[in-house]
Write a protein that binds this ligand. Sequence first.
Ligand code: PMP
Ligand code: GLU
Length: 395
Amino acid sequence: MSGLQPNARSRRIEESATLAISATAARLKSEGKDVVSLGAGEPDFPVPAPIADAGVRAIQQGNYRYTPAPGVPELRAAGAAWLQQAFGLSYAKDEVMVCAGAKAALHMALDAIVEPGDRVLILAPYWVSYPALVTMSDGVPAVVPAVPEQGFVHTPEQIAAAIAQHGAKGIVLNFPNNPSGTVPTRAQLQAIVDVCLRHGLWIVSDEIYATLLYDDATHVSPAALPGARDHTIVVNGFTKSHTLTGWRTSFLAGPRAVVDAACRIQSQVLGNPCTISQAATLAACEVPVPGEHEKRMRAFHERRAFLLDRVNRIPGMKLAPPRGAFYALIDVRDFCRERGIDDVVFCERLLARHLLAAVPGSAFAIPGFVRLSYAASMDSLRKAADRLAAFAEAK
Ligand code: PMP
Ligand code: GLU
């Protein structure tokens, strides 16, 4: 034993809760247990054929060498064109960097803007990785408590109070939200963004679920709002819409100086995003697959409707319709109160006794809630609903 230890900062970084739960579910499955895993959100559809084929072709044609650190110029340009056409965002090609998944893009973005000790607001409920990503950039995460009674949309007054309380320099926004499925109206988003602009904050906007919407929800990027472009770094891509989960690609777009900084960081850390995946992502930009998208959205609608029906029949559990993404954030506060347990014990028992993997709300700073991913087959969801009902019936 050398007595040497990993540094203090790394000791503050916890393993991703969503990935840890998936790993536990996978281990139980490998032991022969019939586990239904609705832990991590990963679409169960295959990558659309023209996009997967472009990756295969890249390998066959020997297109697998290093690329420029910010990505191949054609893909930077295609990313800019996609952001314009899909979300009305105007970026030149050198204001778009290709990265290795939204996670890495968030890391590069935060690394490029956060000064040591800067407070960065994170609105609860938040996706599990934000606090760790802020910590890794030497910032200090400042969590703004969730407002379930407001449909999870913070008022400008609440944001202003949090900015003042923490002396915040930046904020992470994530709409459509993981885990709540919240999509604010344009007016609600504008109000939040206006406060951030008034106080000179950076806005890091994680829009990875931007095309997965329900009912009358429309996605507005903060960068598209008046005056916000120069304050905002947009992270987007095809991870969730095209099942490019394991391919690890994404776009980071923002003011040129920040993108330049992110490119320099990427050149030192990553070298370049995977060349083969860049070829596939170029196809995702250039070959629209509207039929595929409709098919996926039909499936997500059906799954969402099924869960809304089944979960809301269980005493003590409530599920409001998510407006985006593919997560059911179930309010189990009444249930937990009655049983004298919390959401963590809820999930532990659900897995141990009924072989259903779900993520406790505490992982997203929303204790008393439990998240199920419905990026899963109807078969799995039927089993999951039966198991949840059985868990509720068992004393
Ligand atoms: N942001 C959110 C809100 C997510 O849910 C995820 C889940 N993977 C990511 C970012 C990371 O995406 P990627 O796989 O592209 O890194
Ligand atoms: N984003 C997904 C989730 O929240 C995948 C897991 C992860 O990357 O953390 O479950």
